[in-house]
Design a protein around this ligand. Structure first.
Ligand SMILES: Nc1ncnc2c1ncn2[C@@H]1O[C@H](COP(=O)(O)OP(=O)(O)O)[C@@H](O)[C@H]1O
Ligand SMILES: O=C(OP(=O)(O)O)[C@H](O)COP(=O)(O)O
Length: 429
């Protein structure tokens, strides 16, 4: 990092009349009627966009939503336009595509201070493959590049990484700038011999100190809670978490791969078959390291993936064929709560269950309440991830947490010490 500082930051860029390609992470949760159930990520993108509008730039917003395979109306970004327009105080224009002639015409007609939102960039498979020709097409729409998509900073995709090669300057937005400062602070912590320098720096940037503390010097015991459904993306992170944490609680869709690796039946629960060996080795590693790795002892199972499914609570070892685990059970909530009672720092990514369905929300809500209660007692609590933050917002406890991060996988990879491609690609990184 910090190799090409001369090109400058967003504050130094000449913006008047310039077309700016802004990658944001607007991957927000939507319900079945396309209502936004949590707008945290939209709100987090607003300061950068408002700054660009205020400096007479022509703003071209790009984001993904979900993981579509090709053009899928369900994953259109259109439902976000009203909320985005409301937050920005102007009418955001929606493009029907993210590249091509029609988009070029829309961009050409953009007034200074105007904003268009491109359609879901993942409608093109070239996005995730980071294909140079696709990145060039995105780049051709603009004069400069701003990346403010912290939640997607761990992905080397065309709109998060590739495009930076063809658009100069390419700089961080304000949300991402926090991240770059964070990386700097990490190095400072490692190399600084002056505690005073460190204390001064951290107090100056106090909004970062929770994450910095968690990354470099957590108050111990340190616990991580990992759940959610992105098992293949996140199971690998557990290996490095085992180097850092004293307690590791697993929930959500993550657990069934571990159960299966132990020879338990998991019915039709979410399982990553090719991660069974990894799960076994993680259990062994936890034991060897003396990390208290807890899997739920009971689960709430359902006969279908639906809010009105029949449900029952069973021991983890008794999931029948045809049933799937959609939440952690009451005994597990109790055990997890007790394990958290003695900790001083907690980082949480991934809901404990399918909290979007009331029948399977109890585990996530109980853990959110536990963190809020511990936060009141001085424990540092950090929540990251689109759905995890949505869950905590849903129960009205976001304000109680020490730090809310828009990134789940990105925060975990940061904690792992991995360089994030979306940050490295920038001129000011
Ligand atoms: N047991 C489970 N089976 C399937 N999906 C689950 C399970 N538990 C939680 N989930 C789902 O995980 C999703 C969130 O996962 P993820 O994207 O990894 O979290 P985040 O967005 O916080 O990083 C939620 O939509 C939730 O419904
Ligand atoms: O929601 C996201 O990450 P998260 O679920 O880890 O918080 C980001 O938008 C990245 O999405 P991806 O994991 O489909 O690349």
């Amino acid at each position: 990092m910090a190799t090409k500082k001369s090109v400058g930051s967003l504050k130094e860029a000449d913006l008047k009349g310039k077309r700016v390609f802004v990658r944001v992470d607007l991957n927000v949760p939507l319900d079945d009627n396309f209502n936004i159930t949590d707008d945290t990520r939209i709100r987090a993108a607003v300061p950068t966009i408002k700054y660009l509008i205020g400096n007479a730039a022509k703003v071209i917003l790009s984001s993904h939503l979900g993981r579509p395979k090709g053009v899928t109306p369900k994953y259109s970004l259109k439902p976000l336009v009203p909320r985005l327009s409301e937050l920005l105080g102007l009418e955001v224009k929606m493009a029907n595509d993210c590249i091509g002639e029609e988009v070029e015409k829309l961009v050409a007609g953009l007034p200074e201070g105007g904003v268009i939102l491109l359609e879901n960039v993942r409608f093109y498979k070239e996005e995730e493959k980071n294909e140079p020709e696709f990145a060039k097409k995105l780049a051709s729409l603009a004069d400069l590049y701003v990346n403010d998509a912290f939640g997607t900073a761990h992905r080397a995709h065309a709109s998060t990484e590739g495009v930076a090669k063809y658009l100069k300057p390419s700089v961080a937005g304000f949300l991402m700038q926090k991240l770059i400062l964070l990386s700097y602070l990490k190095l400072l912590w490692i190399f600084s011999s002056s505690i005073l320098e460190w204390v001064l720096f951290v107090s100056y940037l106090h909004e970062l100190d929770y994450l910095v503390g968690a990354v470099s010097n957590p108050k111990k015991p340190f616990a991580a809670i990992v759940g959610g459904s992105k098992v293949s993306s996140k199971i690998g992170v557990i290996e490095s978490l085992l180097e850092k944490v004293d307690v590791l609680l697993l929930g959500g869709g993550m657990i069934f791969t571990f159960y299966k690796a132990q020879g338990l039946a998991v019915g039709s629960s979410l399982v990553e078959e090719d991660k069974l060996d990894l799960a076994t080795s993680l259990l062994e590693k936890a034991k060897a390291k003396g990390v208290s790795l807890l899997l739920p002892s009971d689960v709430v199972i359902a006969d279908k993936f639906s809010p009105d499914a029949n449900s029952k609570i069973v021991p983890a070892s008794e999931i029948p064929d045809g049933w799937m685990g959609l939440d952690i059970g009451p005994d597990s909530i109790k055990t997890f709560s007790e394990a958290l009672d003695t900790t001083k720092t907690i980082i949480w990514n991934g809901p404990m269950g399918v909290f979007e369905f009331e029948k399977f929300a109890a585990g996530t809500e109980a853990i959110a309440k536990k963190l809020a209660e511990l936060g009141d007692k001085g424990v540092t609590t950090i929540i990251g991830g689109g759905d995890s933050v949505a869950a905590v917002e849903k129960v009205g406890l976001a304000e109680k947490m020490s730090h809310i991060s828009t990134g789940g996988g990105a925060s975990l990879e940061l904690l792992e010490g991995k360089p994030l491609p979306g940050v490295l690609a920038l001129n000011d990184a």
